[in-house]
Design a protein around this ligand. Structure first.
Ligand code: CP
Ligand code: NVA
Length: 326
């Protein structure tokens, strides 16, 4: 067990003892309500600079694989590893050719000999499962076509800052039933938030994820009515209509999503203390406009900041209990 708690002069940090050592984080439901609480408490503490100067990941390295582009995920994981005393390596798909130049399982079996954790942004969720199956270090989902769970940790940190406990919070996700919508559904299972997903017909979220969530008792509503979705809404969330890899569908989707653009006028229709979130990047002129992300109800840049704090907390809980290998 890493013994930094014995070395620190801050006895209160013992309440942040790592609780997910060596585990994977491939979806939000890899957390339990209890471990979610611990990760969030650590994220809030890290944002308050309570870990400043500590190096709980000293000597550890995170490999970051990117099959797709990224600003926030790449930067925040890199900065997070640095601030925790560790190091990161970015591996673009042009370099490693995941599953093309080399089998995914062989990439995993090589990386585990050198690094202490892997974060991967991929197309297929099965690629993450394959990486995790073939290596003994934590694998973190940095976005797949199915889920974007690290984004949701930052989102819920932002919600907790604004509203406290997210249980019962009325969240409307307006837009494409994509990886973000699926992850919102999983977070409802984890936290008890009250999630409405509003999409055009034919663009609903993943049926399996939805059915599992409903079976677990989650408060999820699907609708195609924007009026219904905005009524009583405390948190309005949107995402791009055309996700990375879907460029060929752009014209058809732009037609299907007419009326789904989040504008300042739409923000006037949510509750007076309601907020607007967007994972970014924004495709301005499609799902939203600059006047909405810059609106007083917008918390999108706080949300982006929280990518750093939430992921630092996640990395800490997954990796701080590991013995550095050098
Ligand atoms: N929100 C998000 O994941 O941003 P990037 O695609 O820039 O990483
Ligand atoms: N749904 C978007 C999220 C980007 C952070 C995509 O997959 O491109």
């Amino acid at each position: 067990m890493y013994n930094y708690f014995l070395m620190t002069s801050e006895p209160t940090l013992t309440e942040h003892s790592p609780i997910l050592t060596g585990k994977n984080f491939l979806g939000s439901l890899d957390l339990t309500p209890q471990s979610y609480r611990k990760v969030m408490d650590t994220a809030h503490a890290m944002k308050r600079s309570e870990f400043r100067g500590l190096k709980p990941l000293e000597g550890q390295t995170l490999a970051m694989i990117f099959e797709k582009a990224s600003l926030r995920t790449r930067t925040t994981f890199d900065v997070a590893m640095y601030q925790l005393g560790g190091h990161s390596i970015t591996l673009s798909n042009a370099e490693i050719g995941l599953g093309v130049r080399e089998r995914v399982s062989d990439v995993a079996k090589n990386l585990e000999r050198w690094v202490d954790g892997i974060m991967a942004r991929v197309y297929l969720q099965t690629t993450l499962l394959e990486l995790a199956q073939h290596c003994r270090v934590p694998v973190i989902n940095g976005l797949s076509d199915s889920l974007h769970p690290v984004q949701l940790l930052a989102d819920y940190q932002t919600l907790e800052e604004r509203f406290g406990n997210p249980s019962g919070l009325k969240i409307t996700y307006l837009g494409d039933g994509n990886n973000m919508a699926n992850s919102h559904i999983e977070m409802s299972v984890l936290t008890g938030s009250d999630v409405t997903i509003c999409t055009p017909v034919g663009y609903e979220p993943n049926g399996g994820i939805l059915l599992n969530a409903l079976a677990a008792g989650a408060k999820i509503k699907l609708t195609h009515s924007i009026d219904e979705a905005l009524s009583g809404c405390q948190v309005l969330y949107t995402d791009v209509w055309i996700s990375m890899g879907q460029e060929a569908e752009a014209e058809r989707k732009r037609r299907a999503f007419a009326g789904y653009c989040v504008t300042p006028q739409m923000l006037e229709r949510i509750l007076p203390d309601g907020i607007f979130l967007h994972c970014l990047p924004a495709h301005y002129g499609e799902e939203t406009v600059p006047e909405a992300t810059e609106h007083p109800k917008s918390a999108v840049f706080d949300q982006a900041e929280n990518r750093l704090h939430a992921q630092k907390a996640l990395l800490y809980h997954l990796m701080a209990g590991q013995t550095a290998r050098w």
